[in-house]
Every structure is written in structure tokens, then in C-alpha cells.
Design a protein around this ligand. Structure first.
Ligand code: ADP
Ligand code: MG
Length: 149
């Protein structure tokens, strides 16, 4: 079943730490008997949020800190991803599919977060940073099996 749990991670804003955070999430979620598909979706949403902090929030500066808080209560997962970077002036526009402030980027990060999680909220203030809060009810093992088969 897995108990309620919470962990807070502070990672340096370097690319390698995106995969580190993914692995941490895998370990954190291990007790909840998720299928690999569900686990992968959560990891994709989390990676997108963390890399946004590094690429956009900190404009690739590597001496900054990204904070990730993962919490499970009654199989309800909340993941909070925070930076203290440049912030987002127009959150609605930033969340539009295919919108990006960087030319070579696809602008689909928020789309993935919204697709793979039940609910996402973005709090941001220019010059102060951004917090993304993502929520997902973790499906019971039996439900996941019947969805597959
Ligand atoms: P992409 O990363 O491909 O640009 P996203 O959907 O992930 O697409 O993000 C859309 C836009 O939202 C980014 O181009 C950026 O302008 C803004 N953004 C997202 N996250 C952050 C953040 N943590 N700090 C500042 N801006 C952000
Ligand atoms: Mg992105």
C-alpha cells in the first residue's frame, strides 16, 4: 500500500540533476505499486518542471537551486517545483501549447505536465521566481491493470 510520506530536495541547477530528481521520484513512489507507464508519466511531468526552472527560470545559470517537494497523502500525490529565478510575466500565455520564449524549444512542457497530472497550478512573480504545483491521485494497482488489459 505505502504510507503517507514527504521529501524535500534542493538540487543545484545543472542538467544532470534532472535525471537525479527523476530517480529520486522513482524511489519515493516505489511503495505505491504504480505501473511503469504511470511512473514514467509522473517522471516526465517532473522533468519538464525542473528543466524549466533551469533553462528559463535561471537562464542556464548553474549556481542556482531548484527545490522539489514530493508529498503523498492517502495516495494523493502533490509535487511542488520551485525556482527563485526570473519568473513569468504572463502565466496564461506561457501555458499555451507551443508557446515558448526560446526559439529552438517546442513549448510543450506545460502540456505534458497538464496531460500527465490531474491538475497543475503555476504561481510566479517576475524577478522573484516560479512555483509549479502538480497533483495526481495515484491509481490503485487493480485499476491500472484493468486499464491496460
Ligand atoms: P518550453 O520549455 O519548450 O519553452 P514550456 O511549456 O515548458 O515550453 O514553457 C513555456 C514557457 O513558459 C517557456 O518558454 C518560458 O517562457 C516560460 N517558463 C516556464 N517555466 C518557467 C520558469 N520556471 N521560469 C521562467 N519562465 C518559465
Ligand atoms: Mg519546458
Amino acid at each position: 500500500m505505502g504510507n503517507d510520506n514527504q521529501v524535500t530536495l534542493h538540487v543545484k541547477s545543472i542538467g544532470e540533476n534532472v535525471s537525479l530528481v527523476r530517480m529520486m521520484a522513482g524511489g519515493f513512489l516505489y511503495p505505491y505499486d504504480l505501473t511503469l507507464d504511470v511512473l514514467d508519466e509522473i517522471k516526465i511531468a517532473l522533468s519538464e518542471a525542473v528543466s524549466n526552472c533551469m533553462i528559463h527560470g535561471y537562464e542556464n545559470r548553474e549556481d542556482e537551486t531548484v527545490t522539489v517537494i514530493m508529498n503523498v497523502q492517502n495516495r494523493h500525490l502533490t509535487i511542488e517545483v520551485q525556482d527563485t529565478g526570473i519568473g513569468i510575466a504572463d502565466i496564461e500565455q506561457a501555458m499555451e501549447p507551443a508557446f515558448s520564449t526560446k526559439e529552438e524549444h517546442m513549448g510543450l512542457g506545460f502540456v505534458f505536465m497538464q496531460t500527465f497530472m490531474d491538475n497543475i497550478e503555476v504561481f510566479s512573480e517576475p524577478g522573484r521566481g516560479t512555483t509549479v504545483v502538480m497533483k495526481k491521485q495515484l491509481p490503485a494497482m487493480e485499476t491500472q491493470m484493468s486499464e491496460v488489459g
